[in-house]
Design a protein around this ligand. Structure first.
Ligand code: PLP
Length: 291
């Protein structure tokens, strides 16, 4: 249940102000707040971020606001004022309950015939992800329907942007459930590994960790970046690659990682069974610590 909502009057990207609080308006999270002409609801035309909050501390805020700006740029939305969004995150995080919570940031094309853009932030308690973090998840591979070069060839597909158009991602999760799995890994039509519908994939081969290169039209995950810093500190080799789907069956361990569920160890990819790596508990403890 969303407990808190903040409407934001977006400031110009270059406006310098110490305090943006007069551009925020707290609204009743259980009451209607958007115009019927809102283009985010009509067309999914906007971008968003989901930020994990642990005991009131918002995780990796800088990486999230930077990715919001990157998504906005790809979608040709007005550039967000990063300081304004940092302050909005702080206001929303302060309203979060103890334990795990989620702050969402939304920047939309706005209302048909104006005004534009629309922006808001919400705060809510997070779900309980103990089971996927400890018992793991089973995944199936699903065709994403475009090749690995599509992002570069067709930028209007917005492949590296975190847009509000998640109907396809949610349909893939339903298809995974129909196939008896918990989640999916998307493959490009030419057989390379991409990402999950709401998470990044990290594979382990011996002491080397690999994730699909973001140049392949996937989102650059903030959690994956965090995990890589943690692995590097422990002396592991962690890198990016173009990964053929046939490599999935050679992995020693694998995880789906994302801001709210954190590191979910994968126990099966299609018919390939995987053990839960002993590093998993430490990864989640790190991801739950203030970052
Ligand atoms: N890939 C997709 C498509 C996502 O939707 C997400 C998060 O929701 C991720 C990757 C992981 O990103 P992050 O770790 O920043 O949550």
């Amino acid at each position: 249940v969303t407990r808190f909502a903040l409407m934001i009057v977006p400031a110009a990207a270059d406006e310098e102000r110490a305090d943006f609080s007069d551009s925020f308006r707290i609204v009743d999270a259980s009451a209607p707040a958007l115009s019927v002409g809102e283009l985010s609801t009509q067309r999914g035309d906007g971008v968003f971020e989901s930020i994990g909050v642990v005991d009131g501390h918002a995780q990796e805020v800088e990486a999230h606001v930077q990715r919001l700006a990157h998504s906005a740029e790809l979608c040709e939305l007005p550039a967000p004022n990063l300081e304004q969004w940092r302050q909005a995150v702080a206001v929303a995080a302060a309203e979060c309950p103890k334990g795990e919570a989620v702050v969402k940031l939304i920047l939309s094309r706005g209302v048909e015939h104006g005004p534009t853009p629309t922006a808001w932030a919400t705060a809510a308690k997070a779900g309980d992800f103990t089971a996927p973090r400890t018992a793991g998840i089973r995944v199936v591979t699903l065709d994403r329907g475009y090749d690995i070069a599509a992002a570069e060839r067709a930028p209007w597909l917005l492949l590296g942007a975190k847009t509000l158009s998640y109907a396809v991602n949610m349909a893939a999760v339903r298809e995974a459930h129909r196939r008896g799995a918990d989640d999916a890994i998307f493959l490009s039509s030419d057989g390379f590994v991409l990402e999950a519908p709401t998470a990044s994939l990290i594979l382990r081969f011996g002491d080397r960790f690999v994730t699909p290169a973001p140049s392949g039209g996937i989102l650059h995950g903030t959690t994956q970046l965090s995990v890589y810093e943690h692995l590097a500190e422990q002396g592991f080799d962690a890198g990016y690659a173009q990964i053929p789907a046939s490599d999935l069956a050679k992995a020693d361990a694998a995880w789906l990682v994302s801001s709210i569920r954190l590191a979910a160890p994968i126990t099966a990819i299609d018919d390939h069974v995987l053990p839960i790596d002993p590093l998993t508990a430490g990864l989640n403890a790190f991801l739950l610590s203030p970052r």
